[in-house]
Design a protein around this ligand. Structure first.
Ligand SMILES: C[S@@+](CC[C@H](N)C(=O)[O-])C[C@H]1O[C@@H](n2cnc3c(N)ncnc32)[C@H](O)[C@@H]1O
Length: 284
């Protein structure tokens, strides 16, 4: 399992019984986690230290038992840091997927390799949410295009960019597969692409994204956008219906997908020493 090792402002304190207990800066949250199938390690008195608890209703929406003010956390990145605004909402995610920090390091390494060859990396972030990978790529010297179908989420990513004094990212509110098709027609190419597609999603014009139905075509299209020689690719899938073996099989049938790549799981390790698997990770 791949997991981030440099966090200071984030800690997975414990997980189990379908929940995770996490510290984001000084704020402790208790929220649902379907992958947390072990038993909790810590006592109820430790879990009761949570500042807010999320209860899920329907369609992954729900509510927090306490309203907290928005707050910032930072991730140590190279000689600097990446700052994120966190906020409660009607979904359990506070604005960051902490396990993704492992990919931010990968992006940094790959961008440095390209810049050492005199290439300014062109980087595309699909299903980009609040922009963690976009900020990491920008700070690593890339020209970044950020795509998400939800306007409020793109606005949140822009706020994060402002917090980091970044003003050079191209922000686009669009359905990711539609954007990719247009880029193929326009003949554009990228050196680096990251995609973290959800199981279900929504395009801004109401079109629906379904991972199991739509991933094969998107993957073939994305391969057409990658530079032939100087390139890197990262994909996460978090779906109980798509095992790593099934994903490997799908990739073997995907036109243009290389035969050699890294296939692993992405996750987190709690302070109590337990691994939490948070989906498949494909990289090359
Ligand atoms: C799992 S999150 C990605 C998190 C991201 N890896 C990160 O670390 O910040 C999925 C994102 O996909 C977006 N999304 C859903 N359907 C989409 C679509 N059809 N086109 C573009 N973005 C979509 C959602 O708005 C959400 O921000």
């Amino acid at each position: 399992m791949n997991y981030p090792k440099k966090w200071k402002d984030y800690e997975l304190i414990d997980h189990g019984n379908g929940l995770k207990l996490e510290r984001f800066g000084t704020v402790i949250l208790d929220r649902p986690e379907p992958s947390a199938t072990w038993k909790k390690s810590l006592s109820d008195s430790e879990w009761n230290k949570a500042d807010a608890v999320f209860s899920e209703n329907k369609n992954q929406k729900g509510s927090w038992d306490k309203n907290l003010n928005d707050w910032n956390i930072s991730y140590p990145f190279g000689d600097s840091e990446i700052i994120f605004k966190l906020s409660q909402g009607s979904f359990k995610h506070p604005g960051i997927f902490p396990e993704q920090a492992e990919n931010w390091e990968f992006i940094n390494k790959k961008c440095k390799e390209l810049t050492a060859k005199g290439i300014i990396p062109k980087f595309l972030n699909l299903f980009a949410y609040t922009g963690g990978a976009s900020l990491a790529a920008d700070l690593s010297g890339a020209e970044v295009t950020h795509i998400d179908s939800v306007k409020s989420v793109v606005n949140w990513a822009r706020e994060n960019a402002e917090l980091n004094n970044i003003d050079s990212i191209r922000w686009i509110v669009e359905d990711a597969p539609t954007f990719v098709e247009k880029e193929i027609r326009r003949g554009n190419k990228y050196h680096g692409i990251i995609m973290d597609p959800p199981i279900f999603g929504l395009g801004p014009k109401g079109g629906r994204w379904k991972l199991n139905r739509d991933l094969p075509k998107l993957l073939e299209d994305v391969m057409k956008l990658l530079d032939e020689k100087n390139r890197f690719f990262i994909m996460n899938t978090y779906s109980p219906q798509l095992s790593l073996n099934e994903l490997r099989h799908l990739l073997s049938k995907t036109n243009g997908f290389p035969s050699s790549y890294e296939a692993d799981t992405l996750g987190l390790v709690s302070s109590t020493g337990k691994e939490l698997l948070l989906g498949n990770l494909i990289r090359f």
